[in-house]
Write a new protein. Sequence first.
Length: 307
Amino acid sequence: MATSRPAARRFDRAFWRRTIRGYLFISPVVLGLIIWTFGPMVASLYFSLTDYKIVSPPVFTGLDNFSDLFTHDRLFIQSLWVTVRYTVLFVVLVQLVSLPLAMLLTQKVRGISVFRTLFYLPVVVPVVATALLWRYLMNKDYGPIDAALKFFGLPAVNWLGSPDMALVSLVIISVWGAALFTIIYVAALQHIPEQLHEAARIDGANAWQQFRFVTIPLLTPAIFFCLVTSVILSFQFFIPAFVMTGGGPANSTYVYNLNLYDKAFKWLEMGYASAMAWVLFIIIFIVTLVIFRTQRLWVHNDGGVRG
């Protein structure tokens, strides 16, 4: 027993050294979350209950900001509706575009790695630079896109100047820049065993039946991830609308975050903007929760059994 105590003490010292070393390694991330994420969230929750103009101390007003949002602020409802329309268009279109592109990028042809790199370029290009580039391409006076349409005898499109086309143009730009979803689908397609397709072909399944009954069920976890991620990203859409249209024309692209930005940094209504931020958080949380609750109805694991 006498010889085991020093060994136990050495074990305890080694255990605590490893524990302290581990906490030291994770401390930058933990402190970053506390200081730069949770701290501002708690502060914004407090400011949402106050009349805070930045230049003067906050005055507690309770739920007045939230009440004004839903009863007196016409731009709040309008910007929320614009964001919902953008979200529906983007979420649907990005899935319909990303999956076929991913299937093309999984073909065994020469130079496929080069094509994958080219399709990933929009992710690494800064968003502001992308927005400025597309604003030039879609310019109604000297933009190359309208020039090409006129060259082929087609009518030019007022991409960013028409209330009917401006939001659609921003959706197209967002889908073009959403190559991350294509890469996710590429990884998911490569994870599907080829033996399953071979077995389906032996059973007489054609290409569509293989896609419908083999590929899609095994892709549902990736589809679920892309669906949740695209919904969250679309509700946070801001930079292209800010750079390219400023919310116009006729507020047709005045998305929620652009309205929030104006309230906070143009009109200095920081308390009101904090209330808008919390409303957006609640909306995203509810929509995401609904998607998670429905996953058991359509998301399958690798064995094709619903999770």
